[in-house]
Design a protein around this ligand. Structure first.
Ligand code: NAD
Length: 361
């Protein structure tokens, strides 16, 4: 299979970590008889330096022509970088927001996986996490409270601020379908999180999710109130497979879930639209403090590349091979600085990429 992949190396540690993910993708392609065709795209600070803007129309068109886009991270140090002297719409992050909008990426997918080898980094008690956990948070990204009408006004000398939370049934249906599709590739359970005891938007969320569930008889659907979910994530994270939720609840729950896994350098992510297309990137930023030193952890980006194989190309065995290789390297005791602990062997960015390639057969 020929995989047409757009690549945004980005800023800071972006080029270092994306280079390792490409190395791993090439190794997998070799082992499984595929061919990766990369198109390099400029976005963020790297695009400002060349084009004067963080994202050009031409780059958007090239991204749309790709089957999927793999991205490092963008942005620099807000205090020292000249990019942050520009007006907000010309800064690196504006490019990412525009790209997400242009590609209609309405579903954000963040896995929270606790590897047994890294359980020391987990702040939860050992009896809660024995055996590790592996969940996927599916967050609606383009609707809800963050995109509703808002206003601040004064009435009779008192200031009122209003935000509105609106969803229509189509917005809910399309993300619910993506969540059930993903559950079909996993342990076949969806926990839909809402506040249906209070909010109308949540009651519609629940109704539409139940309708979609009928199309997926193999997947078990449960509903959970958001306050209970926040507690269950730290009480018994092993119960979750796919968590499906709206924008604001997902914003909070996905950060909570990632904190219980340990390092930011391990956290992959994907943003999807209605097609097979996706934008795959590590959850962390461009880490200007360690850029160019060859010490960044490339695993989040490598695991994002595995997600790309699984969800944009339906190459499950190839994605499994990458995830298995990451696990083996951790088991063998290799660590980058951010996940280093006593008695382990510290390696740099490129050596970590080589080690992971070594376990792909
Ligand atoms: P950050 O995630 O870049 O860094 C926070 C801390 O985590 C730093 O100490 C950094 O060294 C460490 N870290 C992050 N990724 C790592 C990795 N792979 N390996 C080892 N250590 C790692 O967050 P920040 O410092 O708040 O932001 C820096 C820049 O990144 C800003 O310009 C911000 O806007 C941008 N940013 C971009 C994205 C994105 O591209 N999607 C996301 C978040 C932040």
């Amino acid at each position: 299979m020929r995989l047409n992949i757009g690549v945004i190396k980005g800023d800071g540690i972006g080029p270092e970590i994306v280079t390792e993910a490409m190395k791993v993708l090439d190794k997998v392609a070799d082992a499984f008889g595929h061919e990766c065709a990369y198109t390099q795209l400029l976005m963020g600070g790297a695009s400002i330096d060349v084009n004067g803007v963080p994202l050009t129309d031409e780059t958007i068109e090239l991204a749309k022509k790709s089957d999927a886009v793999l991205m490092g991270s963008i942005g620099g140090d807000a205090k020292t970088s000249p990019w942050y002297k520009l007006e907000p719409s010309k800064r690196p992050e504006a490019g990412l927001l525009r790209l997400r909008k242009s590609l209609n990426l309405f579903a954000n997918l963040r896995p929270a996986v606790l590897y047994d080898e890294l359980k020391g980094a987990c702040p939860l008690k050992e009896e809660i996490t024995t055996g590790g956990f592996d969940m996927m948070i599916m967050r609606e990204l383009t609707g809800g409270l963050y995109f509703g009408e808002r206003s601040t006004k004064e009435v009779d000398g008192i200031t009122y601020a209003t935000d509105t939370l609106t969803y229509n049934e189509e917005e809910i249906r399309r993300i619910a379908k993506r969540a059930f599709d993903i559950a079909m590739k996993r342990r076949k359970k969806v926990t839909s999180v809402d506040k249906a005891n209070v909010l109308d938007s949540s009651r519609l969320w629940r109704k539409v999710t139940e309708e979609v569930a009928k199309e997926y008889p193999e997947v078990a659907l449960e509903h959970m109130l958001v306050d209970n979910c926040a507690m269950q994530l730290v009480k018994d994270p092993r119960q979750f497979d796919v968590i499906l939720t709206e924008n604001m609840f997902g914003d909070i729950l996905s950060d909570e879930a990632s904190m219980v896994t340990g390092s930011i350098g391990m956290l992959a992510s994907a943003s999807l639209n209605e097609t097979k297309f996706g934008l795959y990137e590590p959850s962390g930023g461009s880490a200007p403090d360690i850029a160019g030193k060859g010490i960044a952890n490339p695993i989040a980006t490598i695991l994002s590349a595995a997600m790309m194989l699984r969800y944009s190309f339906d190459l499950d065995a190839e994605a499994d091979a990458i995830e298995h290789a990451v696990s083996e390297v951790l088991k063998a005791g290799y660590r980058t600085g951010d996940i280093m602990s006593e008695g382990k062997k510290q390696v740099g960015t490129s050596e970590m990429g080589d080690l992971i390639c070594g376990y792909i057969k």
